[in-house]
Design a protein around this ligand. Structure first.
Ligand code: ADP
Ligand code: TRP
Length: 331
C-alpha cells in the first residue's frame, strides 16, 4: 500500500477542472492506498487573505472534498494548521535549506516580479513547508500539476540531504504522481486551455454553481462565427467546447455536434444549450450535497478533528525520529 499525499491551498470553491483533473482520481485512489488529503491554509497566508476569507475557503474546500466523494473514514482528510508537527519539521528542514537555492525557485522569482511589495520569508521558504507536509507522512507519491513540480523537486533535495547528512534512510524520496491514462485537462470557457479561477470567474464552472450561474457562463463562453470549409481544424475556443462535451455529455451528443461542425452547419447556441444541460445534470448532486454539508457544522468539526488526530499520529512518529536523529533529546 503506497502513501499518497495531496495538498490544496484554500482559495475558493472547487470547479470542474479540480474535479476531473484531481478529485475524481483521489476518490478512486483512497480505496487502494493510504491517502492524506489536506488543506494548506498556512501556505495561503503568504498572500495575506482576510481572516473571514481564509476561514470561509477552508470550510468550502472541506465541504466540497467530502461532497465530491472523499471519505473521511477511509482517507485522512485534514487541515494543515491543525497539525502543529508540520511547523517543527518546517523549522528543522529550514536549517538544511539554502537561501540561494530557495531564491532560484521559479515561483519565488515570479512573486518578486508580481508582488514586489510583499516578498515575505514565507514565500521564500514555501518549498520547505511543502517538503515538511510531504516528508512528515513519508509520502511516496504526490499528485501535482506542472506548476508544483519544482517544489516537489526541492522536497526530494531536502529529503536526500537529510538522509545523507545524518547517514540514515528515514525519508522516502517523493515522486510526482500523474494519473496516467486518467489524466484529464479541463479547458476554460474563456478560450484558455485550462479552466482556472485565476483566469476569470466567468471561465469556470464550480461544483456549487446554481443552474442559472451555469447557464449564464456557458452561454457566454467564447466561440466564433462558425466554420466555412468542411472538416476544417477547430480553433482553440471551439475545441475547448468540444472537450467540455467530451467530459460532460454523451458520445451521441458529441458525435452529432462534431458532424455538424464538419458539415459547417453547426449552431453554437444549440451546442451550448446541450453543454449547459449536461453541466447542470452533472453538478446537481454535488451542489445538493454541498448545501447539505455546509449547514452541518457539527459534522464538519467531527471530520476535521478526526483527520487531525490521524495526521498527527502519523506526523509525530516521523518527528520523534527526526528529533532523535538530529540529537534533540530530553535530558
Ligand atoms: P486554479 O488554477 O483554478 O487556481 P488550482 O491550482 O487550485 O486551480 O487546482 C488544484 C488542482 O486541481 C491542480 O493541481 C490540478 O491537479 C487540478 N486542476 C485545476 N484546474 C484543472 C484543469 N483545468 N484541468 C485539470 N486539472 C485541474
Ligand atoms: N503548493 C501547493 C499548491 O499551491 C499546495 C501544497 C502545499 C501541496 N503543500 C503541499 C501540494 C504538499 C502537494 C504536497 O498547489
Amino acid at each position: 500500500m503506497e502513501i499518497i499525499l495531496s495538498g490544496i491551498r484554500p482559495t475558493g470553491n472547487l470547479h470542474l477542472g479540480n474535479y476531473f483533473g484531481a478529485l475524481k482520481n483521489f476518490v478512486k485512489l483512497q480505496h487502494e492506498n493510504k491517502c492524506f488529503f489536506f488543506i494548506a491554509d498556512y501556505h495561503s497566508l503568504t498572500t495575506h487573505p482576510t481572516p473571514a476569507d481564509l476561514q470561509g475557503n477552508v470550510k468550502n474546500v472541506l465541504v466540497e472534498y467530502i461532497a465530491a466523494g472523499l471519505d473521511p473514514e477511509v482517507a485522512t482528510l485534514y487541515i494543515q494548521s491543525d497539525v502543529k508537527e508540520v511547523c517543527e519539521l518546517y523549522l528543522l528542514l529550514n536549517m538544511n535549506a539554502y537561501v540561494g537555492e530557495l531564491q532560484r525557485v521559479a515561483s519565488f522569482k515570479e512573486k518578486i516580479r508580481s508582488q514586489p511589495d510583499n516578498v515575505n520569508a514565507g514565500l521564500l521558504t514555501y518549498p520547505t513547508l511543502m517538503a515538511a507536509d510531504i516528508l512528515m507522512h513519508r509520502a511516496a507519491k504526490v499528485p501535482v500539476g506542472k506548476d508544483q513540480e519544482q517544489h516537489l523537486e526541492m522536497s526530494r533535495n531536502f529529503a536526500n540531504r537529510f538522509n545523507n547528512l545524518y547517514k540514515v534512510d528515514l525519508f522516502p524520496i517523493p515522486i510526482a504522481y500523474n494519473f496516467g491514462n486518467d489524466l484529464v485537462k479541463v479547458p476554460g470557457l474563456d478560450g484558455s486551455t485550462k479552466m482556472s479561477k485565476s483566469n476569470s470567474e466567468a471561465s469556470v464552472i464550480y461544483l456549487c454553481d446554481s443552474p442559472e450561474d451555469i447557464r449564464k457562463k456557458v452561454m457566454r463562453a467564447v466561440s466564433d462565427s462558425g466554420p466555412t470549409i468542411p472538416n476544417q481544424e477547430k480553433p482553440q475556443a471551439i475545441s475547448n467546447l468540444f472537450d467540455l462535451m467530451k467530459t460532460l455529455s454523451s458520445q451521441d451528443a458529441f458525435d452529432y455536434f462534431n458532424e455538424q461542425y464538419d458539415k459547417c452547419t453547426i449552431r453554437y447556441g444549440d451546442m451550448k444549450k446541450q453543454i449547459t444541460e449536461d453541466a447542470i445534470k452533472f453538478t446537481a448532486p454535488f451542489r445538493e450535497k454541498i448545501l447539505e454539508l455546509s449547514s452541518n457544522n457539527e459534522y464538519l468539526h467531527k471530520v476535521a478533528t478526526m483527520g487531525a488526530e490521524k495526521a498527527r499520529e502519523s506526523a509525530s512518529k516521523t518527528l520523534s525520529q527526526v528529533r532523535e536523529i538530529i540529537g534533540i533529546k530530553s535530558i
